[in-house]
Design a protein around this ligand. Structure first.
Ligand code: GAP
Length: 589
């Protein structure tokens, strides 16, 4: 058996079997946009429903929200997206292509030029071979490299490599040398598409703009949301007032987000329109926990993460949600060893964030972010409080009662502790005092832990993980390759397929329709009456259907059917009651 997960192989299966199509394909497609076909939309729906069940329905402390995609533009000013939600963009002065400046080397490595240079290095890239490459292949691949355009530059590169072979030791070093051998100083970054000179990076805001109403005036500019999270913050007080929740509690939302990515790439991984599943889980500030519980449990206390406790501080809540997210990812079918937790380093964190973990999956194009879990302090609600002028504070009765029990000396000591902690973290002493004064009244702006996942990325990871090409040999020694998607039953687009053994015998056919009608009222069920049973099995394997049920003449006699298991290919005869019980056990969660 071989597990193949090249992106080309997977995308071609996805096209062939109706999972994913290029958007607007008949017009040549549109970069960064994807459509989900009959199988894809079922699978995507399963992922979202499973997330919703896990995050909202199965919990008593999370409420849902379904907000609009276009919101008041002030939201994006408050959140910081208008000013800072940008990627560095460069343009090639020669071929005019735009690209993310921080992805130049990835684009080079993934592309034809990178592959050709890798092969050259593997052969031993001495000066003569490099010269041959520049005069031959590079003319078509990277025509704007200085060493390709200009014989003197080529000679300069040639001499440089002779003097110092390390200048040609890696694809990046060699490509840079060939672009700069006789070029301007300081050295330019070469275009990964043609070898031309790239402009200095400049920030490019990723939000899509639109106009609300008939008048094309700057005052009517609005944005397609680049994340679902901000609506949750903006509607925080409405949800709190109507959901009978109290901190700690969460608000969950899933839906479309839009980012005008400079270089959408790696299939659906970085798209311009995609779906997110986000939870904002609001918690007490640690200072409030300390007042109420007399202590704050941190990770150093090695807490049991299975049941939330009042005394948990932000650090434990954050880790709790990392564990919850990992549990869900595994329940969807990604094995624990296929992803890792990457804890962002202090210098990588946004200024307001206290911690951020990326769950990274080993995609065919590298280990990349599947989703993130951030501890965002009270930044978001405080920003909306400041910009909207509306209070985002909550009143916490146990906090007021706990504060009321403190005598003057204890209050003064508490103030001093908080001031020392805040100033130690570079924050303002007066702000700390004002914050504590509010705490004594039982009020604060909640802090938030944000697990934020992408539906499309999860689906891509599940497809990559599920794909397998199995080499089979039949009884006559004939070799064959079976393509199979090993989806977990809860994620599989079709749960069960029903086949009549023959279609020209009404008794068998009608019995099979009866079974099909029963099953399809409960599960996504596929009817297939065409071709040999073996061919029908293979068609279901390619879309990951866990079970195929065949109705034959024996069914008419004893009521049993044949169930064939996708992964083991084993067939067993079971009664209809046993079949129902089997499906129920696997699919009712
Ligand atoms: N509210 C936080 C937030 O949006 P993010 O890391 O920018 O954080 C969260 O996005 C998740 O959304 C990512 O981990 C990824 O799964 C998904 N995502 C982000 N940009 C995407 C894109 N261009 N295409 C597909 N999925 C994307």
């Amino acid at each position: 058996m071989s597990k193949s997960s090249s992106l080309d192989v997977i995308s071609s299966l996805c096209k062939r079997r109706g999972f994913i199509f290029h958007s607007s394909e008949v017009y040549g497609g549109i970069n960064g946009f994807w459509d989900y076909g009959p199988m894809g939309c079922e699978m995507k729906r399963n992922i979202k429903e499973d997330w919703w069940r896990f995050t909202v329905r199965n919990r008593e402390d999370v409420a849902g929200l379904d907000a609009t995609i276009i919101m008041h533009p002030a939201i994006w000013k408050a959140s910081g997206h208008l000013d800072t939600f940008s990627d560095p963009m460069s343009t090639c002065r020669a071929c005019k292509k735009l690209m993310r400046a921080d992805q130049v080397w990835d684009i080079l490595t993934d592309g034809e030029i990178g592959q050709s240079l890798t092969a050259l290095l593997a052969e031993g890239a001495d000066a003569a071979r490099i010269a041959g490459w520049c005069k031959g292949k590079a003319k078509g691949l990277a025509p704007n490299l200085a060493a390709v355009l200009d014989a003197d530059a080529l000679t300069a590169a040639f001499e440089a490599v002779k003097a110092d072979p390390s200048l040609a030791a890696t694809v990046q070093a060699l490509y840079t040398l060939l672009a700069n051998a006789k070029g301007p100083q300081p050295a330019v970054t070469p275009c990964p598409y043609c070898g031309g000179e790239l402009t200095e990076p400049r920030p490019f805001n990723l939000m899509f703009k639109t106009i609300v109403g008939p008048v094309e005036d700057p005052s009517n500019v609005a944005y397609l949301r680049p994340e679902t999270a901000q609506a949750i913050f903006a509607q925080f007080q409405n949800v709190l007032a109507t959901s009978r929740q109290q901190v700690p509690f969460g608000i969950a939302q899933m839906g479309k987000s839009f980012r005008n990515e400079v270089t959408p790439r790696n299939y659906t991984f970085r798209s311009r329109e995609f779906e997110q599943m986000e939870l904002e889980y609001f918690i007490r500030p640690d200072e409030a926990v300390a007042l109420i519980c007399g202590k704050v449990i941190t990770l150093a206390d090695s807490p049991d993460l299975s049941t939330p406790q009042d005394a948990w501080g932000w650090e434990v809540w954050h880790k709790y949600w990392v564990e919850q997210r990992k549990a869900w990812i595994q329940a969807c079918g990604l094995p624990a060893d296929s992803f890792v937790e990457y804890w962002q380093k202090p210098e990588e964190l946004a200024h307001y964030a206290r911690a951020c973990v990326d769950i990274q999956y080993s995609f065919p194009f590298g280990v990349q972010e599947l989703e993130g879990i951030a501890a965002r302090s009270d930044f978001d609600l405080s920003q909306h409080q400041k910009h909207s002028g509306k209070s985002m504070e909550v009143f916490d009765e146990p906090l007021k009662l706990a504060a009321a029990k403190l005598d003057d000396a204890a209050r003064a000591a508490f103030v001093e502790t908080v001031v020392a902690d805040w100033t130690g973290r570079g924050k303002d002493a007066d702000a700390a005092r004002a914050f504590v004064a509010k705490l004594f009244e039982g009020k604060y702006v909640p802090h938030v832990i944000e697990p934020s996942a992408g539906v499309d990325r999860m689906m891509l990871a599940l497809l990559c993980n599920a794909y397998e090409e199995q080499k089979l040999v039949d009884e006559k020694g004939k070799e064959d390759v079976r393509v199979v998607l090993h989806f977990s039953p809860r994620i599989a687009p079709v749960k069960v397929a029903v086949f009549p053994l023959v279609k020209n015998k009404p008794e068998v056919y009608n019995k099979a329709r009866e079974v099909f009608e029963y099953l399809r009222r409960r599960y996504a069920t596929f009817w297939d009456e065409g071709g040999a049973i073996g061919r029908r099995y293979r068609r279901q394997d390619e879309i990951g259907t866990p079970w195929c049920v065949t109705i034959d003449f024996q069914t008419l006699d004893d009521g049993t059917v044949t169930v064939r298991d996708r992964d083991t290919m084993r067939q067993e005869r079971v009664t209809l009651e046993q079949l129902k019980a089997k499906l129920e056990e696997a699919l009712i969660v």
